[in-house]
Design a protein around this ligand. Structure first.
Ligand code: ATP
Ligand code: MG
Length: 320
């Protein structure tokens, strides 16, 4: 049974230059408690997928497809109904902790507000929950720090508070969009360890968006690779690293000999990203693909397979 089922999701933006085809008929499922990575180069559509699940797309977006959560299509819910899902059932952690926090409000109030609104707790109970939430993300002296303002915390501590806000209602699914990118390397590792601990304790499902293959290897059960708003490959993480089956994934991983050496940023592949102002009529990676044949420039491959799914016309054995 899947917790979230994204089906045929397409996201377009109307702009002065024309229609931007940001996400092109993407489908995937997340099971309860599953940790899934979403990787792909800048502009591939990762954040827009997460935002569409939260109902937070920009005004100029047009979205189609279905996002089923507990049997309901989130794309058809009213703002009111969606507000109930957000925070309580699905929470999002953004890259920049300062943008997720209100600088003029004490952190404790920002935490209590959520449980007062979503769980109807009174002031005193809400405060207790807020302290527990801060302790769960290992903020020292939470009882006193609860009355501090965001700027009184370090970047790493602020991101812990953002995580506490995401977790305070114990949602079944967390969407974490580059949760550690704004932090330095040691703090990144602490935050990922913390997320991992909390995840296994609460059995929360996580969709993790990241550029860092080391984080993917260390944290995620399954990985999904996006290119030009299209799903290229999805596989159990260990299989993806051991035997990437899509030329794009191979390009990304070429610098990474094995899963244990998977530290660092995604590698750049020669060529430029696809022009998203044109609707997709063929494989978006064809222009940069070392294995492309004529048919790749005229046909749009579907994502097919079992444990490993790939969208490529070329058989794995034929790849260079
Ligand atoms: N409001 C908007 N209007 C027009 N285009 C948009 C809008 N929002 C996003 N886009 C475009 O949608 C595409 C996908 O953007 P998205 O933010 O999902 O990328 P991403 O994969 O998260 O990249 P990054 O790794 O840089 O965060 C990009 O080409 C982006 O420019
Ligand atoms: Mg993004």
């Amino acid at each position: 049974m899947s917790l979230l089922s994204v089906q045929d999701l397409a996201i377009r933006f109307s702009t002065g230059d024309g229609t931007v085809h940001a996400v092109n008929n993407v489908s995937f499922d997340i099971a309860p408690g599953e940790k899934v990575a979403l990787v792909g180069e800048s502009g591939s559509g990762k954040s827009q997928i997460a935002l569409s699940i939260m109902g937070l797309l920009a005004k100029n977006a047009q979205v189609s497809g279905r996002i089923l959560h507990e049997g309901r299509d989130l794309l058809t819910l009213s703002q009111d109904a969606l507000n109930k899902v957000r925070a309580k059932k699905i929470a999002m952690i953004f890259q920049d902790p300062m943008s997720a926090l209100n600088p003029y409000m004490r952190v404790g109030r920002q935490l209590t507000e959520i449980v007062e609104l979503h769980e109807g707790l009174g002031r005193a109970d809400a405060r207790k929950r807020a302290i527990e939430a801060m302790e769960a993300v290992q903020i020292p002296d939470a009882k006193n720090r609860i009355d501090a303002y965001p700027h009184e915390f370090s970047g790493g501590m602020r991101q812990r508070i953002v995580i506490a806000m995401a977790l305070i209602c114990k949602p079944g699914l967390i969407l974490a969009d580059e949760p550690t990118t704004a932090l330095d390397v040691t703090v990144q590792a602490q935050i990922m360890r913390l997320l991992d601990e909390i995840q296994s304790e609460l059995n929360t499902a996580v969709l993790l968006i990241t550029h860092d293959l080391g984080v993917v290897a260390g944290f995620c059960d399954r990985s999904m690779v996006l290119y030009g708003g299209r799903m290229m490959e999805t596989a159990p993480t260990k299989d993806l690293f051991a035997a990437p089956s899509h030329p794009y994934t191979r390009g990304l991983l070429r610098a990474v000999p094995n899963i244990n050496d998977a530290a660092g940023e995604l590698r750049a592949i020669p060529g430029s990203p696809p022009n998203q102002l044109r609707p997709l009529t063929h494989c978006p990676f064809a222009a940069r693909c070392v294995d492309a044949v004529e048919q790749c420039r005229s046909t749009l491959p579907e994502l097919t397979g079992e444990a490993t799914k790939r969208a490529c016309l070329r058989p794995v054995e034929a790849l260079s």
